[in-house]
Design a binder for this molecule. Structure first.
Ligand code: ACM
Length: 531
């Protein structure tokens, strides 16, 4: 059975099902939204309406299973029994993959015959995520919706939307309109990592109605949209819009270059209040139980030079600027906790003490994941060396804008979400799952995003959904059947042999990393986690 991600268990069954215009679809009332979604996917394929009651019935039922688990039986009819709507949705996704790839086209085909089969399936991890950085390069709403469909196809259930950064603020906040009026546009962008300026304005943002639409669209596909408002670093766009948030007297522009910036917000009460006001609107827009407040790559030089920040350190009796960052993040942890949400931060939030309920998104290798889990924090493994989809996919010069160390398809496939150092320890249970990250400094179009994300995201889906055993040859065999599905959808994935001529971007400077030098840098950078 050529399903991606690989189901827990499956076997052939006698008989076959024929999907055609006469096919009908009946569902338990609690599964009505899943039925409506499946009808929407299959009606253009069959040319029929898939109303309840005709022949060739597909049925969706609730059964005594965990919420995300399902059993799929294909014979003369199709039956999906699920613990809840999510399980029924995943059963329906598996059923779609039993059809020929042509069934992923939005135009008639068939009738299609599906050989008899029985599948029992459930996910290994609860957090099966992908980060999309819409701050560095804005991605229009229709492309975000399409990305959500692609996550759902792979049974991923978290879209971490990186909404704010130095280079752009992408979510409308009614109370502070300049965040998008001024903060969502930059006058130009650096070409590649450190090339010349391109001289073209770049920007865009989601209105609150856009966000509500994205969140609802995702929810109907069992994807939770987890917003990130990055603090206290990565905030130059916000400071450009509201200079009183910064540490300097001189005004700033929305940033046009890449790399870790120096401009971070100040630690005034008014700044904390400002971002709590922002969060009031963010919480209204995003029902997610988790809210990401960044915490990564916050340079401390402006706080060192700021009399106000130094006064704050003295007043609070803090040891240093690391503890000041902890204190700052704690202000928001208490705020979120009081509203029934949980703070997620990148692993730097471990430096200088961390609020007890906070969740750590570990990205600088895996040390953060190990440290956080041992200290009793829930962890999402986002290891850059295994899951950063902006990293180049091959060693060649022709890789478009080569960045980072080489992260090949098989590297992602072989990734194990529970770090080796935690295996066998009770703390391993703290690993909620894993998340691949599509950062977009060097990815300026949905086409390039397709090239970077696929098929590595398909491999990633197995690491979080499927049982832990790996069989690369088996994966490649299933992937060979999966790529035509992606083609039918219109995904411009990377071919095994490398980029097609129009996928290269000759002359655009990247930032490839030597793996040993990179590991040494990571080790040095995370050394304070070893204390
Ligand atoms: C990160 O890559 N700064 C989380």
């Amino acid at each position: 059975m050529l399903i991606v991600p690989k189901p827990v268990q499956h076997e052939p069954r006698p008989g076959a099902f024929v999907l055609d215009r006469e096919t009908s679809l009946a569902a338990d009332p609690a599964l009505g939204q899943v039925a409506a979604w499946l009808r929407g996917e299959l009606a253009p394929v069959t040319g029929g309406e898939l109303l309840p009651g005709g022949s060739g019935t597909i049925t969706l039922k609730l059964g005594d299973l965990p919420p995300e688990a399902y059993r799929l039986t294909v014979g003369a009819t199709v039956e999906i029994v699920a613990g809840g709507p999510a399980g029924a949705f995943y059963g329906a996704q598996t059923f779609r993959q039993l059809l020929p790839a042509a069934a992923f086209r939005k135009a008639g085909g068939g009738p299609f015959e599906v050989p008899g089969a029985y599948v029992e399936d459930a996910p290994r991890f609860g957090w099966r995520g992908a980060l999309l950085d819409v701050a560095r390069h804005f991605m229009v709403k229709r492309d975000v919706l399409r990305f959500i469909d692609l996550l759902a196809l792979h049974k991923l259930n978290v879209l971490h939307l990186h909404l704010t950064d130095d280079q752009g603020w992408r979510v409308e906040i009614r109370r502070y309109p300049r965040l998008t009026e001024a903060g969502s546009w930059r006058k130009e962008s650096q070409t590649g990592w450190d090339g010349p300026m391109d001289g073209r304005p770049h920007g865009g943002y989601y209105t609150q109605d856009d966000i509500r639409e994205i969140v609802a669209y995702a929810a109907a596909r069992h994807v939770t949209v987890v917003p990130e408002i990055d603090l206290p670093g990565h905030t130059q766009a916000a400071i450009a819009a509201y200079p009183e948030l910064g540490n300097l007297d001189a005004p700033l522009e929305v940033r046009t270059t890449w790399g870790v910036g120096h401009n971070v917000v100040n630690v005034e009460d008014s700044t904390i209040k400002f971002f709590q006001d922002v969060l009031d609107e963010v919480l209204e827009l995003f029902p997610s139980p988790y809210i990401v407040l960044g915490g990564d790559e916050c340079r401390k030089d402006q706080w060192r030079a700021s009399p106000a920040a130094q006064r704050r350190i003295a007043e609070l009796g803090l040891r240093d600027e690391e503890e000041l960052q902890s204190w700052f993040i704690h202000q928001f942890d208490a705020y979120l906790t009081a509203r029934g949400r949980r703070l997620v931060g990148w692993d730097e939030i471990l430096e200088g003490g961390l609020a007890p309920g906070a969740v750590v998104a570990s990205w600088r290798g895996e040390l953060g994941a190990v440290t956080a889990a041992r200290r009793g924090h829930d962890v999402i493994n986002c290891s850059n060396t295994s899951l950063y989809l902006d990293y180049r996919q091959g060693p060649g010069e022709e890789e478009p804008v080569p960045f980072g160390t080489v992260l090949a398809l098989e590297d992602v496939y072989n990734f194990e979400p529970v770090p080796a150092d935690l295996r066998g320890e009770p703390a391993a249970a703290r690993v909620l799952g894993a998340q691949c990250c599509l950062w977009t400094e060097l990815i300026d179009s949905a086409r390039h995003a397709d090239y970077m994300a696929f098929p590595r995201l398909s491999a990633f889906s197995e690491t979080v959904w499927s049982p832990p055993e790996r069989d690369l040859a088996d994966f490649r065999r299933r992937l060979a059947a999966h790529l035509p599905r992606l083609e039918a959808i219109g995904v411009e994935y990377r071919h095994e042999e490398g980029p097609l001529p129009w996928q290269t971007r000759p002359g655009v400077p990247g930032r490839p990393e030597d793996p040993e030098r990179w590991q040494a840098k990571l080790d040095a950078w995370t050394s304070n986690l070893r204390r």
